[in-house]
Design a protein around this ligand. Structure first.
Ligand code: GLC
Length: 484
């Protein structure tokens, strides 16, 4: 099957969040099947160009129309080993020769351009996919432009689109005149794009795609709640029959404590001894007291409100009344950065905060901690809890979205489950879950058994990859039926 994966970010080229990890691991998983041919399209950001990667080569240049604009496209590509996975980069200095990826006033125009350029590229490279997988608002216009400008062309007439929502918080909104002035779409399209008196790109993606998926089964259910889906609640309820949840996986080759060279000692479920050495080394590296008896609790996260940091702030004094050490890594809102810096100063040897993005240190934290704390207010899927588990660290999470799907609660009566969970979003519930975890830690055999069960859990992309394949087959079959 020929699959086009449209994304605004993909590791290892450029990543700002979980979508970047998914866009690295899922296409690679799909390309393992010799029957598949996968092309990932992403913008050629300045940050990628600056690295001057020799594997990225020029393909062709051409122009796309965006309403009255005629914009240049430089198409570049990088072929991955194995020959079944190609990354295509859309280059335009005006739109992408900037720092970072998002957050500009003209983001709507930049990603409308990107979406149109993807469709235009297919004719240029003479490669027409059997299906397109678009992701988040940045590529939500792919099914819109496909319908508006390309469906009448035989090569484009049958291509179905799956649209995946990674986070409903970011919908891509613009003033209504955007529809004519930037997208160049006629008045007929207003009803497709308009939501709450503005153009809402995520809404248009939901309406125009063949199927919609989101990144965990529980989040798919949560999206039916108006408090979660907010402005697009009405539209999601109308198209509820199109919506499916497929829980993300992690790349188990990238995240593997048995081979990870950033760790001071490697370990695995079969030979877990190295984890204790990783804990001691982490305590040393972070300036904490090197003690085995204390429980290292860690947070590796963007330091923003919906990650649950306000309830961590409220619980912090009582948490530190227990025999724990706290390690925090991440950047984000100034108030949370200041909070953790302040606690690190007030509790030297017990609290350590690194306000930075550091992938290697993150892995040493996953490996050297006892408990990984992720009390998110909402979490479509979440990847860190799965990485922590792979490194034998027991997750303590709020039971929401993908956290609910990947962390079954530990049951002391029969030892089932993989972590500690709480439901109500408040500091007391978080503390209750922490105390239950600490009670189990007092029993080293039970604790180690739980840590090994976490390491053995299979959160690889294999299962989710085949769920996506099934969905692609379904939408292809439906289109074929529809087109007669
Ligand atoms: C978004 C979500 C996160 C999810 C990721 C990948 O970043 O917030 O929960 O894991 O996308 O789908």
């Amino acid at each position: 099957m020929k699959i086009l994966f449209a994304t605004s970010e993909a590791a290892p080229f450029y990543k700002s969040g979980g979508l970047g990890d998914v866009a690295q691991a899922l296409p690679a998983e799909l390309a393992r099947d010799p029957e598949n041919d996968v092309c990932v399209f992403m913008p050629y950001y300045k940050a990628i160009k600056d690295r001057k990667l020799s594997e990225i080569t020029f393909v062709k240049s051409f122009y796309v129309h965006l309403s009255w604009r005629i914009q240049h496209v430089g198409l570049f590509k990088a072929e991955m080993p194995g020959g079944r996975l190609t990354y295509y980069f859309i280059d335009n200095e005006y739109y992408f020769e900037r720092e970072g990826s998002y957050g500009y006033n003209d983001d709507g125009e930049r990603f409308a351009y990107f979406s149109k350029a993807i469709l235009e590229s297919l004719a240029v490279i003479s490669w027409y996919p059997d299906c397109i997988h678009a992701n988040d608002w940045q590529t939500a216009l792919v099914p819109v432009f496909l319908e508006a400008h390309y469906r009448h062309l035989p090569d484009y007439s049958r291509i179905p689109v799956l649209f995946t929502i990674h986070n409903i918080e970011y919908q891509g909104k613009a003033p209504l005149h955007f529809i004519g002035d930037v997208l160049g779409l006629s008045g007929n399209w207003i009803s497709i794009l308009e939501n709450d008196s503005c153009a809402n790109l995520m809404k248009a993606g939901i309406v125009m795609s063949d199927r919609v998926s989101t990144v965990s089964e529980t989040y798919a259910v949560e999206l039916t709640d108006p408090i979660v889906s907010r402005e697009v609640h009405g539209i999601l309820s109308r198209y509820a029959c199109k919506l499916t949840g497929i829980t993300n996986g992690i790349d188990t080759d990238v995240f593997n404590p048995a081979t990870d060279l950033s760790l001071p000692k490697r370990f695995s479920a079969a030979s877990p001894a190295g984890k204790a050495a990783c804990k001691a080394a982490l305590q040393q590296e972070m300036g904490l007291e090197v003690r085995e008896d204390t429980t290292v609790v860690s947070i590796v996260s963007r330091l923003v409100g919906h990650k649950g940091l306000d309830i961590v702030a409220a619980a912090l004094d009582e948490m530190l009344a227990e025999n724990i050490q706290l390690v925090v890594l991440g950047t984000g809102e100034p108030k949370f950065e200041a909070l953790f810096r302040e606690y690190a100063q007030r509790f030297p040897g017990r609290v350590a905060a690194r306000i930075e993005f550091n992938a290697q240190l993150a892995n040493r934290i996953y490996a050297g901690s006892d408990i990984f704390l992720m009390p998110s207010r909402n979490e479509p899927c979440g990847l860190s809890q799965m990485i922590a588990m792979r490194y034998g660290t027991i997750p303590l999470v709020r039971r929401t979205g993908g956290l609910a799907d990947t962390v079954p609660s530990y049951d002391p009566t029969d030892g089932s489950g993989l972590g500690f969970t709480f439901v109500d979003y408040n500091a007391g519930e978080l503390l209750g879950a922490l105390r239950r975890a600490l009670a189990l830690r007092a029993d080293p055999d039970a604790w180690n058994a739980l840590s090994i069960a976490c390491m053995k859990t299979d959160n690889s992309w294999k299962r989710s990859g085949s769920a996506y394949m099934q969905l692609y087959r379904d939408i292809i079959r439906c289109r074929e039926g529809y087109n007669g």
